[in-house]
Structures are given as structure tokens and as C-alpha cells.
Design a binder for this molecule. Structure first.
Ligand code: ATP
Ligand code: MG
Length: 404
């Protein structure tokens, strides 16, 4: 199933971006002192769009800063302890990291030392396809661990012994599944896969934020359903999301999104893995340390309510959550979701002040009548001001009569 890949980094628009040549020149790329690395090389070889560009260099961080400034770019010390400086070229950030080797690791963080050895720098990276370097000038590749071959076969393979590499950093388990879902050759008989399954419970030692971030990145991919189904079956998700037992609804959601032309949304996809239980969803959102906004979204997506029409549902939940419920098959039908995606809720055309001007006495019954009016107005399909006024008038008359 191998498709041949170019034997050097092909030209593409990101390599033409203003300032990149100057940056590479000042870092000594022509002398072999700076190379592109990681996702940019991997995705560039596959002909995929490249967003983030990482450069590895033999120069120490202070020297990197000096060189970046000497050609007039801004240098931001984004990860100085790890040797990462961000050069900002015309609003476009490029990360430059000094070559490193691991001194010690504890499964969650690594202590690193700077070095000048490319192979050592490659050896501390996670997968062979992520440890490819390319000379900025002619795109020549430097491949120390068979990354080109693995990439051609779409094979995600740890550099070195997978058990040891997972023990160094447990997050690599989730990264393994994410890259597998992204590049497509799920092989449940691979030794690397088995190692991830074996060590799944070590995920519990990671911070919830890191787990959540990786999971959402996995869910945001074009079609992660097969990989997630395998993770569920083989118990990889259990330590992190014990309530997830099937990927069927996720699979259905992905098909529906495609049909409706609605872009993938990782939170909605997470909702598809969970039962329709708002309280549980809220607990899971809290457990994963989601923002209040994300937590509420998950909870609303999984709390079915009675509504007379898709518009009524959208009015009460907000359009986004109503669309979530429709795409998840919890309300109306998924095809309505596409129509509703751009719907903006109208505003009740009357206020409490209007009701008082129409004869209602100021006091608690204003809020009560307003609520009743809103409910009828929604049920009537959001009629315009005149009709709403007539509805209100009837209510006020009834109210006054009941007082007499
Ligand atoms: P993406 O397109 O998802 O950003 P990427 O390959 O650029 O893919 P990053 O997470 O941005 O991934 O990391 C950049 C590079 O740093 C990786 O290609 C890899 O070489 C290395 N790396 C990142 N995380 C780890 C890790 N946990 N363990 C080892 N190496 C890592
Ligand atoms: Mg990246």
C-alpha cells in the first residue's frame, strides 16, 4: 500500500513566505546549522498544507535570539527552558528550537540538555515520521530512523522501544492514535499499537488538560471513527472516559456532517460518544477541565428538551446547541440542522414596559405575563409586532378579568 513519496521536500507556498529565506540564512541553514523538522517536513512530503513551521538548529537559544534580531525580526522566548524561540515574520510565527537530548524523563515532563547532534535530537522525538529533517535550501532530507519508509506506508512507528518511549511520556499513547487516525493505516497487530494498549492506564498520570487537548485534536480529524472504535474495544479510552462504550453514534454523526456539509466539531463529536444525559456530560466536562463555555455546550447538546419546532428548540437552547442535538439525532432530523445552522433567533418584540403601557399594573404579573407571552409567541412561530401585541392584549384582558 506504499505510495512513493518525493525524495526531498517539494517546493510549496509555505516555503515561499516572506522572510523565511532570510531567517534560514541567518540561522546558517546553508552551513547545515538549521533544518526544517517535524510536521512541516512530514506534511510537506505528503503534499498536505503546512501551517506551523518548526526549525531545529545547533545554535543556543541566546544566539538564536541574537541572529533573529540581527535581521530585524521579533524574537519571542516562547519556551526558553526547552530552547524554543519564536521568530515572528510578518505576523507569521516560526518556532526555532535548539537541538536537544533528554537527560531525564518521568512520564510527564522531560529535563533536556542542549546538544549539537542531529541524530540525538531525532532520537528524542516520538515517531519516525515526525523526526524527518529537511535542508531549507534544496529540501534534502535527513532521516535517521527510517521515517521516509514509514511515512510512505502511513505507518506510525515509535523511535526505539515503544514501551520505553511511552514510559518517558505517556501522552505519546494518545499522539499515536491521533497520528494513526490522521495518516490512516490502523494496524491492531502492530507492536506499537499493542504497547499503547498495554500502557493505557498510565494515561491517568497525565494532567486532565493535556488529555482533553489531545482527545479533542483526535476528534477534530476528518474521520477518527475507526481508530476510536479500536481504542474503545481495546480499553484505551477506559481510564480517561469510562462512560464511552461505542463509536457507532460518532460514525453516524460523521456521515451526517458530511451530507449536511457542516464542518467537524470536536466537542459535538465528543458528545456523540456519550449517552444523552446532561448531568453526566457536565461531570465529564468538569473532569476534563473544560472551560465553562465548552462544558455548557456539551451539557446542552446532551439534554433533550420538548420543543414544538426546530426554531423553538433553537430559541431556547441557542442555535449551536439545537444544531448539535439535531446532528446527534436527539431532536428533529439531521437534515434540518443544515437549514438551521445560520438561523438567528428573533427577539420578542414587546417588553415589560409595553405591557404596562397597554394597561397591566407594574408588579410581579408583568414578568409572569411576559413569560407566558414569550411561550405563546414561540409556539405561534415568532409572529411580528402587531400580532404579538394582539396576543398580549388578550392576555392582559384575561389577567385583569381574573383580578376583578
Ligand atoms: P501537528 O500537525 O499535529 O502540529 P506536529 O508533528 O507538528 O504535528 P507537534 O505536536 O506540533 O506535532 O510537535 C512538533 C514535533 O515535536 C513533532 O513532530 C515531534 O517531532 C516532536 N514532539 C512533539 N510532541 C512530542 C512528544 N510528546 N514526544 C516526543 N516528541 C514530540
Ligand atoms: Mg505542529
Amino acid at each position: 500500500m506504499s505510495a512513493p513519496l518525493p525524495d526531498r521536500l517539494p517546493p510549496s507556498d509555505w516555503r515561499e513566505r516572506a522572510g523565511l529565506d532570510t531567517l534560514c540564512a541567518t540561522l546558517g541553514a546553508s552551513l547545515g546549522e538549521a533544518r526544517f523538522v517535524g510536521g512541516a517536513v512530514r506534511d510537506g512530503l505528503l503534499g498536505l498544507p503546512v501551517k506551523d513551521v518548526d526549525i531545529a538548529t545547533v545554535h543556543l537559544p541566546e544566539e538564536v535570539v541574537r541572529r533573529i534580531k540581527s535581521v530585524g525580526f521579533k524574537a519571542v522566548p516562547t519556551g526558553l527552558a526547552h530552547g524554543t524561540i519564536t521568530a515572528v515574520l510578518d505576523h507569521w510565527p516560526v518556532e526555532i528550537t535548539t537541538l536537544r537530548r533528554d537527560v531525564s524523563t518521568d512520564g510527564r515532563r522531560a529535563t533536556v540538555a542542549f546538544g549539537t547532534d542531529w541524530r540525538e535530537d531525532a532520537a528524542r522525538r516520538d515517531f519516525t515520521m515526525n523526526a524527518l529533517y529537511a535542508d531549507p535550501g534544496d529540501g534534502a532530507l535527513h532521516d535517521y530512523f527510517g521515517g521516509q519508509e514509514d511515512l510512505a506506508a502511513r505507518r506510525v512507528r515509535f523511535i526505539g522501544d515503544p514501551h520505553a518511549r511511552i514510559a518517558e511520556d505517556h501522552l505519546r499513547i494518545l499522539r499515536y492514535f491521533r497520528f494513526t487516525a490522521r495518516f490512516g493505516a490502523l494496524d491492531r497487530s502492530a507492536a506499537d499499537y499493542a504497547a499503547c494498549v498495554t500502557h493505557a492506564s498510565s494515561l491517568m498520570a497525565l494532567s486532565r488538560e493535556r488529555i482533553a487537548d489531545e482527545l479533542l485534536r483526535l476528534l477534530a480529524l476528518t474521520d477518527p471513527a475507526d481508530v476510536i472504535a479500536a481504542m474503545i474495544e481495546d480499553g484505551v479510552l477506559r481510564p480517561v472516559l469510562p462512560d464511552v462504550t461505542s463509536a457507532d453514534a460518532l460514525r453516524a454523526l460523521i456521515a451526517t456532517e458530511r451530507q449536511a456539509g457542516i464542518p467537524a466539531d470536536p466537542l459535538r463529536r465528543l458528545a456523540a460518544l456519550l449517552p444523552a444525559d446532561g448531568a453526566l456530560a457536565d461531570q465529564i466536562g468538569a473532569r476534563l477541565r473544560f472551560s465553562n463555555k465548552a462544558r455548557q455546550r456539551l451539557q446542552k447538546a446532551l439534554t433533550p428538551i420538548d420543543a414544538s419546532s426546530p426554531e423553538a428548540l433553537a430559541y431556547r437552547l441557542g442555535t449551536e446547541s439545537a444544531v448539535d442535538q439535531m446532528l446527534l439525532g436527539l431532536a428533529f432530523t439531521p437534515d434540518v440542522a443544515a437549514r438551521m445552522a445560520d438561523w438567528t433567533a428573533p427577539k420578542l418584540p414587546l417588553s415589560g414596559g409595553d405591557l404596562i403601557a397597554m394597561g397591566l399594573t407594574a408588579g410581579p404579573q408583568v414578568a409572569k405575563t411576559l413569560q407566558l407571552l414569550e411561550r405563546e409567541w414561540i409556539a405561534a412561530g415568532f409572529p411580528p409586532t402587531d400580532e404579538t401585541r394582539a396576543m398580549a392584549a388578550q392576555m392582559i384582558v384575561a389577567e385583569l378579568r381574573s383580578i376583578q
